[in-house]
Design a protein around this ligand. Structure first.
Ligand SMILES: Nc1ncnc2c1ncn2[C@@H]1O[C@H](COP(=O)(O)OP(=O)(O)OP(=O)(O)O)[C@@H](O)[C@H]1O
Ligand SMILES: N[C@@H](CCO)C(=O)O
Length: 326
């Protein structure tokens, strides 16, 4: 459930007078998502999303996120477009929280990704990377290699409650990642959380990308690694090479990879698995029982990490290297 901040009809109607969206017809909280409060609004001008930014989103980052969505939408990437107030502002304040109104994207996320979905996501991810290439702002990745060990340490001495020996295994894997993380790969703005619940499909076609609140400057191929982790495993934990091929070849059909990026995919996937395992682990140990937030299982990413550790070469992800490199 993601409505942390309650708003009254009077507050909302008052907020809307700053916009040229006509009168408020109805609104309701949206249960999905965990980070921010989202509301579906109907006004005389149509349907919109109101997002109120909660504590984990740094106010100083909001111009980056909102500006990026605007930049991408202007370049033909289907993503929510911030609606400006009559005074030209994309960011406002409601109920003591920073907030913004966005255009509504039609479509739904898919609970059962197929190889075709993966190919479409690969193409859209590469299109996003290309379109963001000339965006003027930068944002460092707050969850990159250097942040993983402090995050692990902040989990304290309860890590082995998840699985005996887990703390030692994480410590050893972090040492490997710290010693071997690639430095000289192409970088740019990445989505950094392009999971199935952040990609909408309509009538079988990809209709848009949402939730840019982890977007940052980092290695472009790291986004692809996050995608391989999030889209290409089956419920039983096995990696689906047909989906892997779809995602990577879809990506490379828009932005071919360098040989160095291909070679780095296994370690980038290990890093991506570590990042999502650690944030889930932290939440698992720290979010109180009975809170509205649905905790995600860190062990899913422990299993994915183990898979990637056993990968000897990127070819095991199922694609033809000659088809994806320039
Ligand atoms: N522009 C939009 N158009 C249509 N629906 C949207 C839009 N933005 C958000 N939503 C809806 O709100 C839900 C939550 O949005 P979002 O994923 O951005 O929230 P979040 O709290 O930041 O989530 P997360 O937990 O993934 O970080 C989405 O699953 C979707 O149903
Ligand atoms: N996509 C993340 C959560 C929200 O960013 C996860 O599945 O752990």
């Amino acid at each position: 459930m993601a409505v942390y901040t309650d708003i009254s009809e009077i507050q909302l109607a008052d907020f809307l007078t700053d916009y040229g969206l006509g009168a408020l017809l109805s609104y309701k909280g949206i249960a999905e998502g965990v980070e921010n409060s989202n509301f579906l609004l109907r006004t005389e001008a149509g349907t919109f999303i109101l997002t109120l930014y909660e504590k984990r989103v740094n106010r100083d980052d909001l111009p980056f996120f909102v500006g990026l969505m605007e930049h991408l939408a202007e370049r033909g990437i289907s993503c929510p477009l911030p609606v400006h107030t009559k005074a030209g502002e994309a960011l406002g304040e409601l109920a003591g929280r920073p907030g913004a109104i966005f255009t509504f994207l039609e479509g739904m996320w898919t609970r059962r990704p197929t190889a075709d979905h993966c190919r479409a996501v690969g193409r859209a991810m590469a299109g996003m990377h290309a379109a963001a290439g000339d965006f003027g702002l930068r944002r460092e990745n707050g969850l990159s290699l250097g942040e993983w060990r402090p995050l692990f340490e902040s989990c304290g001495d309860r890590v082995d409650e998840i699985e005996p020996g887990l703390a030692a295994a994480i410590d050893e894997e972090l040492a490997f990642l710290e010693a071997n993380w690639p430095a000289d790969l192409p970088d740019g703005i990445i989505h950094a959380d392009l999971f199935p619940d952040n990609v909408f499909f309509l009538a079988g076609e990809l209709s848009g990308l949402i939730d840019f609140y982890f977007a940052c400057n980092d290695l472009l191929a790291y986004d692809l690694a996050i995608g391989l982790c999030a889209w290409c495993f089956e419920a039983d934990g096995s990696f689906n090479v047909t989906k892997g091929r779809g995602l990577i070849e879809g990506y490379a059909s828009v932005r071919p990879l360098s040989a160095a990026e291909v070679a780095a995919l296994p370690i980038l996937c290990r890093g991506a698995s570590m990042r999502f395992m650690l944030t889930r682990l932290y939440d698992w140990l720290n979010v109180p029982e009975g809170s509205f937030v649905t905790k995600k299982d860190p062990r899913e990413y422990l299993r994915k990490l183990r898979f990637h550790r056993a990968v000897a070469s990127a070819a095991e992800y199922g694609f033809d290297i000659d088809r994806v490199t320039q």
